[in-house]
Design a protein around this ligand. Sequence first.
Ligand code: DAH
Length: 341
Amino acid sequence: MIQKLDAIGGQALRDIAAATQLDVLENVRISVLGKKGALSEVLKGLGTVLPEERPKMGAAANEWKRQIEEALTIQKDKLESAALNIQLAQERIDISLPARLPHRGALHPVTQTTRKLLQIFSRLGFDPMTGPEIETEFLNFEAVNIPKDHPARDMQDTFFMGPGVVLRTHTSAVQMRALRSKKWPVRIVCPGAVYRSDHDATHSPMFHQIEGLWVDKNVKMSDLKGTLEFFAQEMFGSESRIRLRPSYFPFVEPGAEVDVSCFLCKSKPVDTCKVCKGTGWLEILGAGMVHPRLFEMAGYDPGEVSGFAFGMGVERIAMLLHHIPDLRRMFDGDSRFLTQF
Ligand code: DAH
């Protein structure tokens, strides 16, 4: 009987050690220690053993039982922790994957350029001023000397909002507001959106301008030139020069278109220059000496005061500075474009 016990016990320990699955291990347990298990069957036969032999047999059987149970516990722990490790490895989160970053906003190039312009002119004593984008036809046109059937009206295809009310076509509409609301001296810059019924790669129905106006005793053309030269050098670099070409704007006399020397190819213009296309000059703004008719309309004495005005497009300056070829990109709202500035 002892031999039988040893055979069962030895086989059980080997089976336990060989079990690689928890259910296999459980089957081993049942087949040895279960009600009808091998060891239990042997113990049932204990009654047939001689009484003096019984304690010895019982002790041997119990010792096998203890060893088998211990081996089962150890093997079970081993299999359970192996299974847990596999599960942990499968559920691991890969923290080395690059994260999806949230898009960060930034100031629009038009806003950046407007702020820079205001800052430059503030150093010359120009105060910022704003006017409404929905403007009277009178202030947008008549008040800056563009009467009803003046051909200059056709130059600025106008959005009409209602009788006598338009979306302002230029920031020059603030000139009369400034003159009327203040006693001279007037020295203001007015940034803002303007509207024209026009849409292609170089025209947008909405764009931005900045208007300047300086009215005082004895303001001269040379003051205009000095002011714009300072602006050009602050905006485009200290080597910048300007040139004035005679031109016509109804609200100034004389009027001029003002060019700034190319900040990219500088004094040696090259045909391949991306900014000036080889001309060496950039058309930047319109300017001139305030027309006496505006002073009359505002109730000033043209013999007592004089002044200059200028106006420029903000998008155009931003596009030149950043080499942006298509105006429409400015208004797409594409963050891949906008975050470059
Ligand atoms: N208002 C003009 C335009 O929209 C720009 C302009 C030209 C403004 C000459 C001025 C000026 O003040 O003197 O094209």
